[in-house]
Ligand binder design. Structure first.
Ligand SMILES: [Zn+2]
Length: 187
């Protein structure tokens, strides 16, 4: 007995000469699941539309959004780069420190929360003190930025950090606007 069922449903495509085929493959095992996919049966509509989770997206209308996403990623990269430079300059000023005092310093400024053995391991693996400092999991991005803001003036980077942050927020704004321009509709 087969425990997999395949259903298909036809919708009229946007131009009206072809169809969009929806296929649902469902299983009836201990953890039932259903896999839904969509496919155009229309050459013209394939050129103009894209299918996304059962919705039609007008390809042309997505172009500004794709461009804006790229610009946003570049602006974000520039912020990261600036923070890394700040961290490097900051750590260069601490160059007389031993590894033990590097570790203690990072703990004091709240940029390292694991033990000394872990710090030594990072350094043995070739990471510099500043790389450890800016190392982040996504949840601590805000903290790293706050730290960078708090020291940027003392290492001669205040104007530059503000500049890249301003550019990032402008581009995020533009991304939000571009997202609103995307034309999509249900089948
Ligand atoms: Zn069509």
């Amino acid at each position: 007995m087969s425990r997999t069922e395949i259903d298909s449903i036809s919708y009229k495509c946007p131009c009206g000469t072809g169809t969009v085929e929806q296929t649902i493959i469902s299983t009836d095992y201990v953890f039932p699941s259903a896999e839904v996919s969509y496919k155009f049966q229309c050459t013209e509509c394939t050129k103009v539309w894209r299918l996304s989770n059962g919705r039609l997206v007008l390809k042309e209308s997505e172009k500004p959004y794709i461009e804006a996403s790229k610009a946003c990623r570049e602006a974000y990269k520039a912020v990261r780069q600036c923070i890394r430079q700040i961290a490097k300059r900051y750590c260069d000023q601490q160059s007389s420190l031993t590894k033990k005092s590097e570790f203690e310093h990072l703990v004091t400024i709240g940029r390292f929360s694991k033990g000394y053995a872990t710090y030594l391991k990072c350094r043995r693996e070739g990471k510099t003190m500043s790389e450890v400092l800016v190392h982040e999991d996504p949840s601590s991005r805000g903290e790293v930025l706050q730290w960078a803001k708090s020291v940027s003036a003392s290492v001669g980077f205040s104007g530059q950090l503000e500049e890249v942050l301003d550019r990032l927020s402008m581009r995020e704004e533009a991304l939000g606007q571009a997202e609103k321009q995307i034309v999509s509709k249900s089948l």
